[in-house]
Design a protein around this ligand. Structure first.
Ligand SMILES: CC(=O)N[C@H]1[C@@H](OP(=O)(O)OP(=O)(O)OC[C@H]2O[C@@H](n3ccc(=O)[nH]c3=O)[C@H](O)[C@@H]2O)O[C@H](CO)[C@@H](O)[C@@H]1O[C@H](C)C(=O)N[C@@H](C)C(=O)N[C@H](CCC(=O)O)C(=O)O
Ligand SMILES: Nc1ncnc2c1ncn2[C@@H]1O[C@H](COP(=O)(O)OP(=O)(O)OP(=O)(O)O)[C@@H](O)[C@H]1O
Ligand SMILES: N[C@H](CCC[C@H](N)C(=O)O)C(=O)O
Ligand SMILES: [Mg+2]
Length: 478
């Protein structure tokens, strides 16, 4: 591809000689001869320091933000932006061939995107999906390493979706991706805001920065669906200028308002009113957030022009989502639930929901991810203690942190609270303990890892599937 074509619509501040180049790469370790290396000043390193290494591996051009004194350099004002635009150019701007739906918010992105895809697929549409569990091109599954992938991977996925005939792409848009401009010039037919509660302050530092990152999605969309009950949702309502629908469980002022909610151990039922038409939903995932996420998915479908009956039918037929309130079979008189709650708000939601349907003790097993927001750790303990009868504090993905030090950050959240708890650092041993000590009618919630089938210790991923571990633990029972 010609360098000039790759740089189409990229603001370039220096002269360069046009030539054929290879692909666009932002990691010097992956350079092949002829590639263009883009220097990104990241959280852990400054890509500009790897320009020489990239040249030694045969890079044909170096895109950078500051003068490196190299004849191969191409100066741009913002390399994040240049990288994502070059990625789009490399793949022929495939997002323009798709109807994009972007979902952002602290919790509920994976569940809501899955539900939207489910409704669209149910009416015969071919749909791509990008998110934390996996990426999907119709029925084809593509491994996902991140919630919102790096720009080259993202544009590559868009291209595969467009080639495969997908009309829609439903995607989770993380605050990191918005901040790092991984999504480039993607433009969304519908942008969705689920909620904003504490997470990722290691990266964003303040809730205000975190909110501002999320709010960027609403500058690049044709229409929006916003959670009316969330204080940050209320702030968005005042600033977003495109057409929008609001969803609420609390206020009749919202465009879609859920009422007459009935919680079952395995699902929810509710009614909602939309422009004077009352519809009834019966959705097979439990908990208050299942009402919120399904109502949000319905609002998105209405924005896409799908009729209300088809949207509601789609939700009524939708399957649960892996690792979200997932019941792990035990064949015993106690229940094990595997859930991805990994924030104070997520834990409060799952545990308050299960409290209503648990006749025995509600036991919450959780840890906190390493190399992630430290400030949320004691708050997660406090949230769990609000509704659980007993806690088992253990590890999540310790990553490069000492698991015991993470637990030391969690425990102060329990100071002064009268709740029994056990600390078992090894998560497998903790799950064994929970299963071996379960009593009739207890519910054990394995929180935090959900769909993950691995545990990250240091920089390594080890196979760790909670469903398998529960099955192993059950075999030890008499
Ligand atoms: C904090 C964060 O988001 N970091 C992401 C970011 O890395 P970065 O730009 O900060 O990279 P860096 O390590 O500082 O290096 C700077 C530059 O030097 C380059 N480099 C580095 C070393 C070298 O030898 N040569 C070289 O060229 C790097 O490739 C990079 O371009 O860009 C990288 C490429 O896209 C990502 O892989 C990386 O994700 C890291 C692994 C990560 O853990 N991200 C998490 C926090 C994340 O993004 N999570 C959200 C989920 C949020 C949610 O929904 O809850 C997500 O969207 O997945
Ligand atoms: N609307 C919601 N509000 C609050 N909590 C929710 C909501 N939906 C789901 N949850 C809780 O949060 C957990 C994570 O949900 P989900 O995976 O859908 O969120 P996410 O935004 O995709 O998370 P991630 O940050 O990992 O991408 C669920 O397992 C559930 O416990
Ligand atoms: N998308 C979230 C997922 C967290 C999952 C939890 N298991 C953890 O490792 O903290 C993150 O990357 O922060
Ligand atoms: Mg997700």
């Amino acid at each position: 591809m010609l360098l000039s074509a790759l740089l189409d619509e990229v603001q370039v501040l220096s002269d360069y000689e046009d030539r054929d180049v290879g692909t666009v790469v932002n990691d010097s370790r992956n350079i092949k001869p002829g590639d263009v290396f883009v220097c990104i000043n990241g959280a852990a390193a400054d890509g500009h320091t790897f320009a020489d290494a990239a040249l030694q591996k045969g890079a044909s051009a170096i895109v950078c933000e500051r003068d490196l004194g190299l004849k191969e350099q191409i100066l741009v004002p913002d390399t994040h932006l240049a990288y994502s635009k070059m990625a789009a150019n490399y793949y022929g701007n495939p997002s323009k061939k798709l109807r994009l739906i972007g979902v952002t918010g602290t919790n509920g992105k994976t569940t809501t995107t899955k539900l939207i895809k489910s409704v669209l697929t149910g009416i015969g549409k071919k749909v791509g999906l990008i998110g934390s569990i996996q990426n999907e091109i119709g029925d084809e599954v593509v491994h996902a390493e991140q919630t919102t992938p790096d720009a080259m991977e993202l544009e590559g996925l868009y291209a595969r979706m467009a080639d495969a005939g997908c009309e829609f792409c439903v995607m989770e848009v993380s605050s990191h991706a918005l901040d790092q401009r991984r999504i480039g010039d993607s433009h969304y037919e519908v942008a969705v805001f689920t909620n904003l509660t504490q997470d990722h302050l290691d990266y964003h530092k303040t809730m205000e920065n975190y909110f501002e990152a999320k709010a960027k999605l609403f500058d690049i969309c044709d229409s929006a669906v916003i959670n009316y009950d969330d204080p940050y949702g209320q702030r968005l309502l005042k600033t977003v200028s495109c057409p929008m629908s609001t969803v609420s469980m609390e206020s009749q002022d919202a465009d879609l308002h859920a009422s007459d909610v009935v919680y079952h151990p395995d699902g929810v039922e509710y009614r909602f009113d939309y422009q004077g038409v009352v519809s009834k939903v019966s959705f097979g995932m439990p908990g208050i957030f299942s009402v919120k996420n399904s109502l949000t998915a319905i609002a998105v479908c209405l924005r896409l022009g799908i009729c209300i009956e088809k949207a509601v039918d789609g939700i009524n037929m939708a399957q649960g989502v892996r690792g979200r309130s997932e019941i792990v079979p035990t064949g015993r008189d106690f229940t094990v639930i595997c859930d991805h709650a990994h924030t104070p708000d997520g834990l409060e939601n799952i545990l308050s929901a299960l409290k209503q349907t648990t006749r025995g003790r509600l036991i919450a097993l959780f840890g906190c991810g390493g190399d992630r927001d430290r400030l949320k750790r004691p708050l997660m303990a406090k949230s769990s203690a609000k509704f659980a009868d007993m806690l088992i504090v253990t590890s999540d993905n310790p990553r490069t942190e000492d698991p015991k030090a993470i637990i030391d950050d969690i425990l102060p959240g329990l100071d002064g609270l009268d709740i029994p708890y056990e600390v078992i650092v090894n998560r497998k041993e903790a799950i064994f303990y929970a299963v071996q000590n379960a009593r009739p009618c207890d519910t054990i919630v394995l929180a935090g890892k959900g769909h993950e089938d691995y545990q990250i210790i240091g920089h390594e991923k080890h196979h760790f599937d909670e469903r398998e571990i529960v099955a192993e633990a059950l075999k030890t029972l008499s």
